[in-house]
Design a protein around this ligand. Sequence first.
Ligand code: FAD
Ligand code: NAD
Length: 473
Amino acid sequence: MSENPDSVQLAVIGGGPGGYAAAFLAADLGMKVALIDVEANPGGVCLYRGCIPSKALLHAARVLTESREASHFGIQFQPPQIDINRLRAWKEEVVGKMTGGLGQLSRQRKVEYIRGRATLVDAKTVSVVGPSGERRLTFEHAILATGSFPAMLPGLPKSDRILDSTSALDIASAPKTLLVVGGGYIGLELGTVYAALGSEVSVVEMLDGLLPGADRDLVLPLAKRVEKIFHKIMLSTKVAEMKEVKGGLRVKFEGSNAPEGEQVYEKVLVSVGRKPNSAIPGVERTRVEKDAKGFIKIDPQRRTAEPSLFAIGDVAGEPMLAHKATHEGRTAVEVIHGKNVVFDPRAIPAVVFTDPEVAWCGLTETQAAQENRPVKVARFPWGASGRATTLDRNDGVTKLVIDPESEQVLGVGVTGVGAGELIAEGVLAVEMSALAADVALSVHPHPTLSETVMGAAEVFYGQATDIYRPLKK
Ligand code: FAD
Ligand code: NAD
């Protein structure tokens, strides 16, 4: 390896959960690594304007909702005083703590963190322009981990009242009325936050159901609850026209649930998906190829069509999730380090951190139906869970998608409070090729929500202790 300070074995462009995980593993394996990002510390979208700030605000929302709902079991709180400036400052503290920690981890591992915007000079050289001027580095390999950015609807007026996920997370204020365009992850998570803070939230979704990627039975408990906390949910409907007027945005809708006439909203959040950040300056000087949606094309080892360049995370394809980016990053580094491995998980969990949370992994019932694949589905409704009852939250369901011949668990879905934590057991079951019997015979602690996973496996055999579901003869 060259001792030239401007030459590294691995340059990682983009410091999100894909990029920093890759850089850290490469350093742990003894490589000379540079990690490049425009921010002061690593973290990427996930830590600065995604997963972490949204979950901090969702925690605050949950506290508000739980304190309101405690009256059901005899505890009355005074209406909350919300100091939105303090809430914003706390959220920033959370982000600062996490990103500062990543900066420290980079230094401990001797990863050279270079702040600035990267341009590929060629397939072996990167130029970084940042606060301390220009820096040029040559590398043996580089990992492109430049993430994604929010998609916008065409034809919208230029207006501060139109938010994307980044500006919505700034919570400048809780508007009186908020229209959320898109009933996916971001719309429902941030809609939940704003509703808890007191905004009257309406959601418009062009498809005929919320969270189109999830099985309908998992979405049902969430749909029932959001009907109560949101002002209006307009499915199979789109925004036809939007104009800025005094005090708000006037919106005309089209579709089967479009309201009559025009509606005025103080703010509008557009959350209709994200696009890959694949227009990396200089990438056209390499052999990197993109698909029709703009994702960088990669092989199972995360190699691009240019031998020295790998790509991971949001820029390299769906699902656009932090944990997928991290694992891809680690795979790419292992390949660069000489291991013959591929990225081939059976289960990448998806968690929507709404209230209740919706989580799934592995094969979904919808996918099985689309593929004409025979499966048996065993469901355990949370009405039968002691723990859910003590939490006053029976609105949940746990289900297993099982191969009827081998009895192998192929997929798991959970909706309910804490579903995002529970799904990890499902991931392990699917990855380890667990049989329904393995799950049913594993002693789960009582009283916990995790028992619902065991309970669903017992339902598969028609022998669930807590629910009478005999097998059909
Ligand atoms: P990113 O995190 O997008 O990071 C890419 C980095 O590259 C950025 O810092 C960018 O500035 C930098 N960069 C780009 N171009 C250049 C360049 N030319 N030079 C230098 N730097 C550059 N996922 C989950 O799994 N769980 C969640 O709860 C979750 N919540 C989310 C909430 C919101 C509101 C949003 C928007 C997203 C959420 N996501 C969540 C998705 C998650 O943030 C992404 O999947 C994840 O951040 C992708 O990681 P990445 O490493 O691919 O890139
Ligand atoms: P999304 O794909 O989850 O949802 C977008 C929704 O907008 C879809 O339901 C789609 O049908 C709808 N839509 C599209 N065009 C529309 C239109 N013109 N009018 C009305 N509805 C329209 O996208 P998102 O919510 O923007 O989130 C982007 C991505 O970020 C997610 O797919 C996910 O990968 C990631 N994310 C993950 C989490 C998490 O893991 N908890 C949280 C937030 C974001």
